[in-house]
Ligand binder design. Structure first.
Ligand code: ARG
Length: 414
């Protein structure tokens, strides 16, 4: 009996060629597994294509529910943005795919998992670190990293083996899509000086061409998770899908990022993430109202670590569990509604309310009803400024350059 290989199959050229290539090179039976993370493909056609090329079995797994619950929402609760910009759509989907591939491999009695990543990207790292963590006995093959074919050679190989390649003019871009966003690279985008050509964007309207009429939407959150849109309760998948459409129409969520890959290179990637960008901004606004200054500051640091961990492929680490526990705990009172204005590429938070709001009008107001004890400010300032005052008398005021000068000790000596 031939050994079985589970191949993470997207339906694209590389993974299609990989079916044949694995059979030829390794003499294995290939089971193609396609995971639906909200990338709206014709999954029936993808399945049939895999079978036609020679897969012994072709399966489609709907991962959307798990993706939202265990990956997207925790990332939203954290406000996770890699390098302050990228909402991590691709990065978040890989550990889930790895988990589902491992489950399938065990179920099918397969010894090996194969994926279509090249040797230059982050996704190979995310897949393999995750697979190794979940099933260390599993062998891994990365055909596209191994075969050393150029794009052209791959297409020739496909033609030679009658592997169907989309007849439409092939997009010059490498694209990855999921519920949380679309990632686009290659082609003209490799020159960081070039403005992304219009055809890069398919989820978002150009802000120039978006309607002149602003739209207001209200997002309801329960413990940091979005649960309603304009007062209508909605499941996570539907809510994200709907927001991608609405916010995309207003040109929201375009990101142009020169990012630092795990493998040491800088790359330029364009993202479209209308729902992610809007939800993160709204969520942050609700946190600003319901969390203390110290919580907010500390949580920002956690978010940086969490985003890095996700980007770097370390999902199945204990650090993730530790950080997740903190993030979840922090969301206890992040419940309420945020009103945002969508207009020509911009999301503006224009209103927020919460039963747990820490905003206290009788403390904040300058009008009547003021309960703030202004007399107490005097004593507070005295103690708050005491260390500054003490230090100034001993050091700053004796400085011959005067209190405004900034000189390093070296220059002082001259
Ligand atoms: N740079 C992004 C990441 O590392 C996306 C990678 C996939 N991009 C693509 N265009 N296929 O998560």
């Amino acid at each position: 009996m031939k050994e079985k290989v589970i191949l993470a199959y997207s339906g694209g050229v590389d993974t299609s060629v990989a079916i044949k290539w694995l059979q030829e090179k390794y003499k294995v039976d290939v089971i193609a597994v396609t995971i639906d993370v909200g990338n709206e493909k014709d999954f029936k056609a993808v399945r049939q294509k895999a079978l036609k090329i020679g897969a012994v079995k072709a399966l489609v797994i709907d991962g959307k529910e798990l993706f939202v619950k265990y990956f997207i929402f925790p990332a939203l609760q954290a406000n996770a943005l890699y390098e302050g910009q990228y909402p991590l759509a691709t990065a978040l989907s890989r550990p889930l795919m790895a988990k589902l591939l491992v489950d399938k491999a065990l179920e099918e009695g397969a010894s090996t998992i194969a994926h279509g990543c090249t040797g230059k990207g982050n996704d190979q790292v995310r897949f393999e670190v995750s697979i190794n963590a979940l099933a260390p006995q599993m062998k891994i093959i990365a055909p596209a990293r191994e075969w050393g074919m150029t794009r052209e050679a791959t297409i020739k190989y496909a033609q030679k083996h009658e592997i169907p390649i989309p007849v439409t003019k092939k997009s010059p871009y490498s694209i990855d899509e999921s519920l949380w966003g679309k990632s686009i690279e290659c082609g003209a985008l490799e020159d960081p000086w070039i403005e992304p050509p219009a055809d890069v964007y398919t989820w978002t309207k150009s802000p120039d061409e978006a309607t002149d009429k602003p739209q207001y939407i209200e997002i309801g959150f329960d413990k940091g998770v979005p649960v309603s849109l304009d007062g209508k309760e909605m499941g996570g998948i539907a809510l994200i899908q709907k927001m991608n459409v609405i916010c995309g129409r207003h040109g929201i969520g375009r990101i142009d990022h020169i990012e630092n890959r795990v493998v040491g290179i800088k790359s330029r990637e364009i993202y479209e993430a209308p729902a992610a960008v809007t939800l993160i901004q709204a969520h942050q606004a609700l946190e600003a109202m319901t969390m203390s200054k110290d919580q907010l500051r500390f949580k920002q640091k956690v978010a940086i670590e969490y985003a890095d961990l996700i980007y770097n492929g370390l999902w199945f680490s204990q650090l993730n569990r530790d950080l997740s526990a903190y993030i979840l705990s922090s969301q206890r009172y992040v419940t309420g509604t945020v009103r945002v204005k969508l207009f020509k590429g911009h999301v503006t938070v224009v209103g927020r309310k919460s039963p747990y709001s820490l905003y206290n009008l009788s403390l904040a107001t300058y009008d009547k009803g003021d309960k703030f004890n202004q007399k107490a400010a005097e004593g507070f300032i005295h103690l708050w400024g005491l260390p500054v005052k003490t230090q100034a008398q001993i050091q700053l005021l004796g400085d011959k350059e005067g209190p405004l000068s900034i000189v390093g000790p070296d220059e002082e000596e001259k």
